[in-house]
Design a protein around this ligand. Structure first.
Ligand code: GLN
Length: 347
């Protein structure tokens, strides 16, 4: 009799445990639901419809050729770390990558020379000023900047290994192309337009040199930097580049190991503090995602371990970030609960 009672109780206990476990599984599935295939596609379709007619913003025109780019180009792409590609809108039009390229050249230097070199020879502090601020250099005598503002980016180019400017340029095109998973080429009119009117960046490079913080010829470094900014990309290329970072340095499409996990680990925090110029704080506060914008209208963001997202839309806000790009990514992050700081309590 006692034995029977024991077994009845045991059965009851097992059923109870099963119920508790099922509800836990359901809870986990509910959390994950946000990143299912139909959901991701739906969310970018919605974002496209919601923001396609958004007015405002203006193409950059301090680089003359950028003013001629069609302001209606509007493309969204997400590439998940398992290599699935989701797109909406215009993903075939090319724009110049501009400042987004700074991320991948920084990653190259990190990969070749380690994190201390970036920290000591450039800096990893937000300047809180415009991307081409000369005051920011002057205030700290060329220190405490970062590789995502112009002075730090030109310094990063100067640090890339290579005996001469041809070798350095080759190495930079290679790393940018490896991130994208296809050979990237230069938009010649954009390059010529910027190179012909580049006195400010030349001044920046010379000022850094005066402070002993330029590591190759300043004129040649600025020229390589200008070429790098003129590389042509689509929204899909950019999303693959972002996804390679999200995937710990392995391109999720080509499966090539582009940079080490450690390189990614040191790259993403710099994007978090300085990816959107002097609005980097506002961006990070609202999205929680490391990101980078460029004056060509590109914006990328990285959801670590999950996906890379990119938007191309040339009209920029006052600070110089793609207006639609910011709206779209923030909407997608919110809908997919992709902010890494959205934390599901364990009980
Ligand atoms: N080539 C541009 C420049 O140096 C890049 C700036 C940017 O995208 N913020 O001014």
């Amino acid at each position: 009799m006692k034995k029977l009672f024991f077994f009845e109780n045991l059965k009851f206990l097992i059923v109870l445990l099963l119920i508790v476990n099922f509800s836990k599984i359901e809870k986990i599935q509910a959390q994950k639901k946000s990143l299912t295939q139909p959901n991701i596609q739906n969310v970018i379709d919605e974002a496209f419809t919601k923001f396609k007619d958004l007015q405002g913003g203006k193409n950059a025109d301090y680089i003359k050729e950028l003013a001629n780019v069609d302001p209606n180009i509007f493309g969204i792409a997400i590439v998940t770390t398992d290599g699935t590609v989701y797109t909406k809108g215009d993903i075939t039009s090319m724009v110049s990558i501009q400042s987004v390229s700074k991320v991948f050249t920084m990653a190259k230097v990190l990969d070749e020379q380690g994190p201390q070199v970036i920290q000591d020879k450039i800096g990893v502090d937000a300047t809180g000023m415009r991307f081409n601020s000369i005051v920011a250099i002057e205030m700290q005598k060329g220190k405490e900047i970062n590789p995502l503002v112009n002075p730090g980016a030109i310094a990063a180019v100067s640090l890339v290994k290579g005996a001469d400017s041809i070798a350095k340029w080759k190495s930079i095109v290679q790393i940018q192309s490896d991130f994208a998973g296809r050979p990237l080429s230069m938009n010649i009119p954009v390059y010529k337009s910027e190179a012909g009117d580049n006195l400010r960046n030349q001044a920046i490079a010379h000022l850094l040199q005066a402070y002993g913080r330029m590591y190759f010829d300043p004129v040649e470094s600025t020229d390589i930097y200008t070429k790098q900014c003129a590389l042509n990309v689509t929204a899909k290329d950019l999303a693959i580049m972002a996804s390679t970072l999200a995937n710990g340095g392995v391109n999720p499409i080509t499966k090539k190991k582009v940079v080490s996990q450690a390189t990614v680990m040191y790259t993403l925090p710099v994007m978090s503090i300085a990816g959107l110029y002097d609005d980097s704080g506002i961006w990070f506060y609202n999205s929680g995602l490391p990101a980078k914008s460029g004056v060509g209208g590109a914006l990328i963001a990285v959801c670590p371990g999950k996906f890379g997202i990119a938007v191309v839309s040339p009209p920029l806000d006052q600070v110089g970030n793609s207006l639609k790009g910011q709206k779209v990514i923030r909407y997608v992050v919110e809908q997919l609960k992709a902010n890494p700081y959205w934390i599901e309590p364990k009980n």
